[in-house]
Structure formats: structure tokens, C-alpha cells
Design a protein around this ligand. Structure first.
Ligand code: 5GP
Ligand code: MG
Length: 180
């Protein structure tokens, strides 16, 4: 594990180690294991950022058999949230009467989640839970309950563990925060 990385024009410093990340992911998985035991929820991984979290999360699931789907939107440009959401890959599954667990990498202002929720609701899900790896509580500004959160973090822009800076940095198993 290196202390400092450089991506494109920016330097980043180590912020959260993979050991801590795995502990927190397992803790969230254990909550799901308790709440969904014996059920058959659909877990929807929001691409691209949540792919690493989702991959780790589902491998700690052992009390139920989830269906695992992927959907893709885009809302983030560089290091600043743009506030609008574009759907890039549609959700073509029938969620009628299903328990849905949305698996997201990070909830920042909450705008993205707020905007994509109606899409899931319109597909007839009987229950929708949001499971986010990270939450930035200081910036969170929408009226929405994030049911499962692995870690709360300060306002820094971070990369690694699936999260990118202009497309790069997703491969790191630790999390790094931007230096200015
Ligand atoms: P929100 O709509 O909640 O403000 O932003 C949510 C989305 O912005 C996340 O799904 C994620 O893609 C992106 N995002 C928010 N904060 C960060 C961050 O610190 N690093 C990276 N790489 N993406 C972020
Ligand atoms: Mg995301």
C-alpha cells in the first residue's frame, strides 16, 4: 500500500486502508444477512463506481440468494457534482413485487439517488432499500433515507475501491483523498 498516488494532474494521499474497508463492508453485509434472510431480493449495482463494493458485498452474503443486476447513469464530471443525472444503461428487469437493494458507491449531495429512485419505483418494486458504501453527511441535502451505509466520510474528493478521477484510480484497493 503506497502513501501517495498521482492521477492525471492531481496528487492523492492514502485515506482509508483496505483492511478497514473490508471490515466495514462485512459489517454492512451482516446487516443485510439479518434483514433479508431467506428472501430473494434483487441487488442492483450502480455502475461504474459501485462495481468493486458490490463484488465484495455479495461475497459476504450467506443467508439469502440475491439476483444481481447492473445499471448505469452518469452525473459526475471531474471533482464537482453537476446536479443532473443521465441514464446510460437502462433497467430492463421486471421488479414487480420484488425487494430491491440499490448498491451505490457513494452518496454525496444525494441528488443522484433522489433522481434515480423514481425509476425503480415505476418498475413496481414492493420495497426499495439503498445500500451505499460511503456517505458524505456534510453535503447530504435531500429528503431521503439511506438504509445501509458502510462508512461516513468528510467532504474530500476520494478515489480508489471503484471510485475514479476522470476515469482513473478505480483499481486501488485502498481509498485516497485529493490533495490541493
Ligand atoms: P450526489 O448526486 O450524491 O451528489 O453524487 C453522487 C455521485 O457522485 C456518486 O455516485 C459518485 O459517482 C460521485 N461522487 C461523489 N463524491 C465523490 C468522490 O469523492 N469521489 C468520486 N470519485 N466520486 C464521487
Ligand atoms: Mg456512483
Amino acid at each position: 500500500m503506497v502513501e501517495k498516488i498521482h492521477i492525471l494532474d492531481r496528487d492523492f494521499a492514502l485515506s482509508i486502508s483496505s483492511e478497514i474497508i473490508q471490515e466495514k463492508v462485512k459489517a454492512v453485509a451482516d446487516k443485510l444477512n439479518k434483514d433479508y434472510a431467506g428472501k430473494n431480493p434483487v441487488m442492483v449495482c450502480i455502475l461504474n463506481g459501485a462495481f468493486v463494493f458490490a463484488a465484495d458485498l455479495v461475497r459476504y452474503i450467506n443467508t439469502f440468494q440475491p439476483e444481481i443486476l447492473f445499471v448505469r447513469f452518469a452525473s459526475y464530471d471531474g471533482v464537482k457534482s453537476t446536479g443532473n443525472v443521465r441514464e446510460l444503461m437502462g433497467l430492463n428487469a421486471n421488479l414487480e413485487g420484488r425487494d430491491v437493494i440499490i448498491v451505490e458507491d457513494i452518496v454525496d449531495t444525494g441528488t443522484t439517488m433522489k433522481n434515480i429512485l423514481p425509476l425503480f419505483e415505476s418498475k413496481g418494486a414492493s420495497n426499495i432499500a439503498i445500500c451505499s458504501f460511503l456517505l458524505k453527511p456534510d453535503k447530504f441535502k435531500v429528503d431521503l433515507n439511506i438504509d445501509y451505509v458502510a462508512m461516513e466520510i468528510p467532504n474530500d474528493f476520494i478515489v480508489g475501491y471503484g471510485l475514479d478521477y476522470n476515469g482513473f484510480g478505480r483499481n486501488y484497493r485502498d481509498i485516497y483523498k485529493v490533495l490541493d
